[in-house]
Design a protein around this ligand. Sequence first.
Ligand SMILES: Nc1ncnc2c1ncn2[C@@H]1O[C@H](COP(=O)(O)OP(=O)(O)OP(=O)(O)O)[C@@H](O)[C@H]1O
Ligand SMILES: [Mg+2]
Length: 271
Amino acid sequence: MPPTENTSSAPGTTSTSGTPAIEFKDVEKRFGKTTVLKDLNFTVAPGERVTLIGPSGSGKTTILRLVMTLEELTGGFIFVDGKPLTHTEKNGKRVELPSKTTRAMTTRIGMVFQQFNLFPNMTVLENIIEAPVHVLGKPKAEAVKEAKSLLEKVGLGEKADEHPTRLSGGQQQRVAIARALAMSPEILLLDEVTSALDPELVGDVLGVLRDIAETTDITMLLVTHEMQFAREVSHRVMMFDGGQVLEEGPPDQIFNNPQHERTRTFLSSVQ
Ligand SMILES: Nc1ncnc2c1ncn2[C@@H]1O[C@H](COP(=O)(O)OP(=O)(O)OP(=O)(O)O)[C@@H](O)[C@H]1O
Ligand SMILES: [Mg+2]
């Protein structure tokens, strides 16, 4: 899909009404004494695909890990579908939600990592059905059927009984994508999912993601150094620096006509 088409049809971005799929409100993230994110505010509309770009260490992975609740939020609030994810406000005080509530929310969120993170002692099929069976309580036969159809979708129908160590990096990453999709996520977080791959394997993985973008309405928040891919699939690109959104806009605007010198230098270093 050309970017010019994307920008006019970006879901939710032309309207101020509607509940965002993801909302960061005054988010702060500290690691010890180091503040990585400060007063960070942004929203992602349902079905919107947003790419985070910015220099190394600007906090992109941290943002995704906060949404996945793999990092503890040290200040502010994150809302998913309008509901607080980890903390809420009660009588003017910020209070932590019960872990059960947070866990229930995260079943709707999938994440794919740079290093695949598959379970090495399980077959491809077992990797994919693990969470649907044990977290969602899906009957095994149903989970297996869905897993097989997802494996077909990512081009790995023949590999169901293989162990991940016997697959190429690109194949492992496609299994990881199928595993995330098996939970029927409303939100998919992708953190540099092609960075660990040999160049000739990148295309297959991006092809699978393009297909997901074109055929589903899953909200996507992604970090990638594949700028051409970001242009094709994103409705919006957000440039981060120093824990803040420096500028944001449709890919055409950010890549062709960035407003900040910092964005221009960053883009010339990666393109
Ligand atoms: N577990 C941790 N403990 C301490 N500091 C951390 C931890 N995780 C991240 N940081 C720090 O937080 C900052 C943001 O890291 P993050 O991984 O989010 O950056 P990034 O934008 O994803 O960078 P890259 O492009 O290199 O992946 C960095 O300065 C990093 O050193
Ligand atoms: Mg990172």
